[in-house]
Structure formats: C-alpha cells, structure tokens
Design a protein around this ligand. Structure first.
Ligand SMILES: Cc1ncc(COP(=O)(O)O)c(C=O)c1O
Length: 511
C-alpha cells in the first residue's frame, strides 16, 4: 500500500490546515502500527505530488513529526519512522486503534448536551474508578438551562448581574501581582468572615477558622465521606434523598442504611433501631430533599444525642432552607449541637447561580486542620478572585437583598404552580409547598411514576419520578417539580404540557 493511502482523504474545506491533516494522518498511522518502526517513507517531493499539495505543506508536517520524535531524517537517504515509539496494538479489524485515523465514535450526549465517547473499558480502571462510574447519577438528558420542571435550578433570571459585574470589575482593577499566587486551601479570609455572618443568621455557632471553602456541596460531601468513612462503614441516608449525597457515601465504600422519612423528617428512631453503629448520618433537616418536610425538634434532639453517645457524625445539608414562604426560616441543626458532631454544608451554587462553583463546610474544632490539609493537596483551593467578588457581594448587603428577592419571586412562582395544577391537573396533589424551589406532586395510587416521567420528557417536560429518589420501595408515586428558574408563564405552559401527557394516557387506545 502506498503511504499516502494511509492518510485520511485531505479536505480543503474542513478549516483544518492541510499540513495539520498530513501530520495527523501520519502520526495516527505510526501510533496505530500501520507504519512500523524503522520503515522508510517517501520523499517530501513524491508525497506532495501524490497528495496533490505543495511541497511546503508536506515539509511542515514532516518537521513537526521530526520535532516530536516520530520521524528520523537522515541526510541523503530520506526519512524513517523512529524505532522508539509508544505503540498501541492494532485493533482487531486491522485498522489500528480507535482514534488512530478513525473518527472518534460519537456517543450519546452527556448531561451538558455535548456528545461524549462511550465506553471507558472497565478493565483499565481501579476498583475505586469502577465503583465511581457505577454510581447512580441523575438523568439529565436535555440541554442545560431552565426547563419545566427541572429541579435544582435557582432563579438565575432574578440575579443582580449588573451588581456582580460592577463588583467583579472593581476586584479585577484592584488586582496586584501578589494576588496571582496560590490562595489559602481553607478559602479567602474575608469570604470566611462573610460566610460566618450568613451562618450566624441561620443559628449556626462558628468562627471563620471553622469555614472551609470548596466548589460545591457535592465536593464537600465527598471530602467528608472520604475523610471520615472507611469502606464497609454504615451510614444513614434519608430515604428518599438527593442522588449526589447517596453517591458520596457509595464512593467512600459506605454501606448505606436507608432511613424512612415522614412528615417530621427522617425517622431517627428507625435508624437507631436498625443501624445504631453507623459512623455518619446524612440529613437535610431544614428542608428534606426532595419531600420538603422539616425535621421536628424532638427528632433533632434524638439525632444529636445518638451522635454524641456513639461518636457518630451528622452531615447537615442545609439545601434551600433560606426559601421559606409561610414563616421565618428554621434554624440549623448545627446550632443545637453542643458536642461537636455536626458538619454543616452550605452552597452558593443554589442560592446564587450554578456557575459560581462556591460552597462551604463548617467544621467542628477537631476536624479543621485535617480537612484543610486534605483540601490543600496538590495546591487545591477555590479561585481567590471569585471568592473576593463573593465576599464583597455578601458584606455590601447584596446577598441578603437577593435572598429576600428570591423569596418573593419564589412565592409567586410557587403560587402559580399551585393554581395551574389546581386548574389543569386535578389528578395531582401538591404537598409541602411552603419551602424551597420545587414541590412534590402525588400521583394517583398505582400510577407508574417513571412512565409518567418518561412520557413528560417526550413533551419537553422534566418531571422527575419520585421513586427515582428512593433506595427502598417508594410508598406513593409522585413527581418532583422544580419551579425556581421558571417564569410564571413558563410554569403555566409546563403544566399545560404535563396535562396533555395525562389526557393522552386517558384517551382510549384506537381500535
Ligand atoms: C439536597 C441537595 N444538596 C446539594 C445539592 C447540590 O449542591 P452543589 O451544586 O453545590 O453540589 C443538591 C442539588 O440538587 C441537592 O439536591
């Protein structure tokens, strides 16, 4: 076979320079073993003639291959393929490995709607890597951004972007070279101080040194589980729960004990009876996710005394608790803890906007140093410039103002959902709608909520099946409807589309 036949057909219209196409084709042929080590290759002049390109094109490609060590040029006798190459075995079809001259396989879109390559071979991964790719992950097959009734989306349309731009510009103007070095693994001191002011308003007792800044609640939970759980340790998980919390426990190798939830939150007495030896309990006491209930004071007290007596940790995820419509927000569990067993997680990704990627842990005394060291491995920390903008946003009063504003528009959106469901979807029964930016809607008993959810998706509506949040059996079918990022008009439209799913299902099958 002529060497030029190994090259992909050159395509002048592709926008990729011709020399780059020649270079890539030859390199892939070499790496794929189709041009063996030591093989002679034709002169640049002959190859250029064969490919009908200029000699400069081929020379440029050869120069790059020689610079990278793929080609050895010998004066007077042309070029050879290097003898010392990291070769991969040819694929069974004889065409070389995937990626060597063959286009990457386009897979199904990932959560961001971007295509990704399918099938990382399991055998190349460690046991930990295999367990990570097997973790449950939320199904989010559609494009990012607001969509009825996607959960976990704050009202980004209400965010004071102009204020943020101004603060960011000011921070950037004030930058000096001293700001370009690594930051502190614990987080910017002034952001930690600002976070304490937010935390104190939530009834938390803490000082800035207890605050550890991270990029997400998910990352915070992974760090907690990694630092405090050994493989095989038992851990309580509210059932139902957020899949990310569940995943953090599984990733640490914990044996999950699902603990049922009722109208007073996690049934702590069931946990104590069934898994008293657990090392950790992951809870959402102010606003149970996804049910929206609040843990009673009696259960909170029982949970704290169990943790104290057993030396167990309580991981408190305070998700969405700021958005309470009927009365004042309930104070955090951490504020009741007198034994240093509660680790508190808060996230700005949900109270402000997802792309901010800033969250925090508030740690009991004995954990601060160890967690900071672990966070700092490899020089890791959150971007200091973003932290500076956020700390100004908080200290200058914009954070509190924004939360108040979201509470107002959250109530309006919640009201729209309640009335639209009442008008158009009387087979749904909304429950616990006084907190947060989503609501659970019960379906008639016996309904398969995953089927309804699938049918809704085909109408462009993401209505997550409640049963998907359970580890154990789901006692009652339902849908989880996020409304935080939707305008009232989008809510009305989403409910109408959801209603069409039900009328479609009720229509008798055509004979
Ligand atoms: C209960 C709960 N906690 C935390 C998060 C995510 O927070 P972050 O984006 O900061 O990881 C979610 C996401 O939906 C959630 O449902």
């Amino acid at each position: 076979m002529h060497i030029a036949d190994l090259l992909l057909p050159l395509d002048e219209a592709s926008g990729v320079p011709l020399y780059r196409q020649v270079y890539t084709g030859l390199r892939d042929a070499i790496l794929g073993g189709r041009l063996p080590p030591g093989a002679r290759i034709p002169s640049t002049r002959r190859l250029a003639a064969y490919l009908a390109v200029s000699r400069t094109t081929v020379l440029t490609a050869f120069d790059q291959l020689a610079a990278e060590g793929f080609l050895i040029a010998t004066v007077g006798s042309g070029s050879r393929i290097s003898e010392h190459l990291p070769l991969r075995p040819p694929a069974p079809d004889g065409n070389g490995p995937a990626g060597a001259g063959t286009p990457a396989r386009a897979g199904t879109p990932d959560e961001d709607g971007r295509p990704h390559e399918e099938g990382t071979p399991r055998e190349i991964l460690s046991a930990c890597g295999r367990s990570l790719i097997d973790l449950p992950r939320p199904s989010r097959p559609l494009s990012p951004g607001p969509r009825p009734f996607r959960t976990g989306q704050p009202p980004v349309d209400a965010f004071p972007l102009e204020v943020w731009r101004r603060l960011a510009a000011r921070c950037h103007r004030a930058l000096s070279t001293a700001d370009l070095y690594h930051g502190s693994p614990g987080g910017l001191q002034r952001l930690r101080e600002a976070i304490v002011t937010i935390a104190v308003a939530r009834g938390i007792r803490c000082e800035p040194r207890q605050v550890l800044v991270l990029s997400s609640a998910q990352e915070a939970m992974q760090l907690v589980c990694q630092m405090l759980l050994d493989p095989g340790d038992r851990a309580w998980l509210e059932d139902p729960a957020w899949s990310g919390g569940h995943a953090a426990l599984l990733a640490a190798g914990a044996r999950v004990a699902p603990i049922p939830v009722d109208d007073a939150g996690m049934r702590v007495e069931v946990g104590i009876a069934s898994a008293p030896e657990a090392r950790l309990a992951y809870v959402t006491p102010s606003h149970q996710y996804p049910m929206g209930v609040t843990m009673s004071l009696e259960r909170r007290t029982l949970l704290l005394s169990w943790a104290r007596e057993h030396g167990a940790w309580i991981l408190e995820d305070d998700y969405d608790s700021e958005f309470r419509y009927s009365d004042r927000p309930l104070l955090a569990l951490q504020g009741l803890d007198r034994s240093g067993r509660v680790i508190y997680v808060g996230t700005f990704n949900k109270t402000l906007f997802p792309a901010i990627r800033l969250a925090y842990l508030i740690l009991p005394d004995g954990l601060i140093d160890g967690f900071r060291r672990a966070r700092g491995i490899g020089g890791q920390h959150s971007p200091p410039i973003d932290q500076a903008v956020l700390s100004d946003f908080i200290t200058e009063g914009h954070y509190a103002r924004h939360i108040g504003h979201v509470r107002t528009i959250g109530r309006e959106r919640r009201d729209r959902l309640v009335s639209a469901v009442r008008e158009r979807l009387d087979c749904l029964e909304l429950t616990h709608t006084d907190t947060g930016l989503h609501a659970v809607a019960w379906l008639p008993p016996g309904t398969d909520d995953r089927r309804v959810s699938g049918a809704a998706l085909r109408q462009g509506v993401e209505a997550a099946a409640l049963s998907a949040f359970y580890v154990g059996p789901c006692p009652r079918p339902g849908l989880v409807l996020g409304y935080g990022s939707l305008t009232t008009a989008q809510i009305t439209d989403g409910v109408a589309r959801l209603a069409s799913v039900f009328s479609e299902a009720a229509r008798p099958a055509s004979p």
